[in-house]
Design a protein around this ligand. Structure first.
Ligand code: C2E
Ligand code: MG
Ligand code: MG
Ligand code: MG
Length: 288
């Protein structure tokens, strides 16, 4: 029977493909976990920095620290791959401490008008031991804690809301700001905004990309900007790439933006040059 034959073949093929992909993924994840455990992470982890720009003044107001892993065993591994694996395998706290140390060491050389944004994992906030270590590092930090923003991705705000809430409270008492990252991608964005004392949200780049062609995206960004204005909290729009997106955001009264339009994440050594270039009055010298 032709249909049955093809149905079967198709089904078997699908199962095979799924199995291969699934196994490959598991093997790949296992290799990453083993490499993470064996690596000299103090050496192999690097922090790069992406500017956050204030629209009204056209000034760089902060840099977000972003992790890069130059693995001796595996080559360059992106954070979208190794951070979730570090979280699942209980290694994230160690990574966070190393990365925070490097980010703070870089920020000590910046003008004091420039803030540091640093990504914390919600898993970090569920471990009292890691929270204590983070608090100690922030307390001894070479820059004022009032210049530090801690970003927490909302998709990672899982079950232990009470512990996360308590940790956020302590970090704010230290003088840090706490931001809700990738806003709109989680399951209950608005209830997070309601339940946790965030000082800022970062609108996920999926809403920004296509806001000039998709009316729904445009309206979501517009509403979120209005919402944060009404609530009196800060807002950064992530993933701005084009001049069209930039002018729409200006029109809508956006406050801060981050994206390839201004710069990709850069190495620490390039920051001084970037700031000097942007401080020059000639608009032709500006990126974008
Ligand atoms: P995130 O915190 O939302 O960081 C923004 C991501 O968007 C970065 O990706 C950045 O390079 C990228 N990006 C910025 N502007 C644009 C743009 O205009 N277009 C596009 N296509 N992308 C843009 P990256 O560096 O690959 O980091 C991915 C995610 O990994 C971060 O998302 C964050 O959730 C996590 N991550 C990175 N570094 C750390 C870290 O040190 N600790 C923790 N816990 N998570 C980190
Ligand atoms: Mg972030
Ligand atoms: Mg984000
Ligand atoms: Mg993200």
């Amino acid at each position: 029977d032709y249909a049955l034959y093809h149905g079967k073949r198709h089904r078997r093929g699908t199962v095979n493909i799924f199995t291969v992909d699934h196994d490959t993924q598991i093997q790949r994840d296992a290799a990453v976990e083993i490499a993470l455990r064996k690596a000299d992470l103090e050496r192999e982890l690097v922090v790069v920095f992406q500017p956050i720009v204030d629209i009204a003044s056209d000034r760089t107001v902060a840099f977000e620290a972003l992790a890069r892993w130059k693995s001796v065993a595996l080559g360059d591994v992106p954070p979208t791959q190794f951070i979730p694996i570090a979280e699942r395998s209980g290694l994230i706290g160690r990574l966070t401490v190393i990365l925070l140390g490097k980010a703070l060491a870089a920020a000590r050389h910046w003008p004091d008008t420039i803030r540091l944004s640093f990504n914390l994992s919600a898993h970090d906030l569920c471990s009292p031991q890691i929270v204590l270590q983070i608090i100690q590092m922030l307390n001894d930090a070479p820059i004022e804690t009032s210049r530090i923003d801690l970003e927490i991705t909302e998709t990672a705000l899982l079950h232990d809301m009470e512990q996360v809430q308590e940790a956020i409270r302590m970090l704010k008492l230290l003088g840090c700001s706490v931001s809700l990252d990738d806003f709109g991608t989680g399951y209950s964005s608005l209830s997070h905004l309601h339940a946790l004392p965030f000082t800022k949200i970062k609108i996920d780049r999926s809403f920004v990309q296509g806001m000039d062609s998709k009316p729904a995206s445009y309206k979501i960004v517009k509403s979120l900007l209005a919402l944060t204005r009404d609530m009196g909290i800060d807002c950064v729009v992530e993933g701005v790439e084009t001049v069209e997106e930039m002018s729409l955001l200006r029109e809508l009264g956006g406050k801060m933006v981050q994206g390839y339009y201004f710069s990709r994440p850069m190495e620490e050594k390039d920051i001084a040059g970037f700031l000097a270039d942007r401080a020059r009055p000639e608009p032709m010298l500006r990126s974008g």
